[in-house]
Design a protein around this ligand. Structure first.
Ligand code: FMN
Length: 178
């Protein structure tokens, strides 16, 4: 028997790992739609929903990504990538747009697990060179800020559970009270 300390935590959360190897299979449109619906269900400051998404399925465009991002060698073999962008015209307060869009990114990662897909978050913002690369590749207008790229595919690796629970990260009622 033995007790599983992670029992009771959402399986999507516990099972999510960065997946960087994919099967050579197309992702059905409905799965992409489900992932985008999950993304748009994220919380956002004043409910401004300042996100925009570019879904990339064209193999030629996927193959271009590593020319603009140094740690994205998995993208050409992905079934799809999603560029999450912030629309500055919808920002409610300076700085919130990154938090709003990051919540959408996390929803994309978790819904990917639910769709039996694997995904990895590739950081764009605030790395100026990567941001400029994404602006050029996707012809983004000035008010659209690239935040993160998510590479998605049917998983061809299983990194397994990594329980990171750490009591040392938690204080009660005031800093340092364990
Ligand atoms: C802001 C951010 C940027 C990241 N950038 C990259 C990246 O450029 N390339 C990559 O392979 N993984 C990237 N990752 C994934 C992390 O390496 C990964 O989440 C971390 O090692 C923990 O592993 P796990 O996702 O399997 O739990 C990024 C994650 C975050 C949150």
């Amino acid at each position: 028997m033995g007790s599983d300390p992670a029992r009771g935590v959402s399986p999507q959360i516990m099972n999510r790992r960065s997946i960087r190897k994919y099967e050579d299979k197309l992702i059905p449109n409905k799965k992409i739609e489900n992932i985008l619906r999950a993304a748009m269900q994220a919380p956002s400051a004043r409910n401004r929903q300042p996100w925009e998404f570019i879904v990339v399925t064209d193999k030629k465009v996927l193959a271009e990504i590593p020319n603009y991002h140094p740690y994205s060698s998995m993208v050409p073999s992905a079934g799809a990538a999603i560029l999450v962008c912030g629309n500055m015209k919808l920002q409610s307060h300076r700085g919130y747009i990154v938090q709003d869009c990051s919540a959408a990114v996390q929803n994309i990662l978790l819904e990917s697990v639910n769709q039996e897909l694997g995904a990895v978050w590739l950081g764009i913002y605030p790395r100026e060179k990567r941001m400029q690369g994404m602006r050029e590749l996707f012809e983004l207008p000035a008010h659209i800020i690239p935040i993160a790229l998510i590479s998605i595919g049917f998983p061809a690796e299983q990194p397994g559970l990594n329980d990171r629970f750490d009591n040392g990260k938690i204080s009660f009622n005031k800093w340092g009270n364990r």
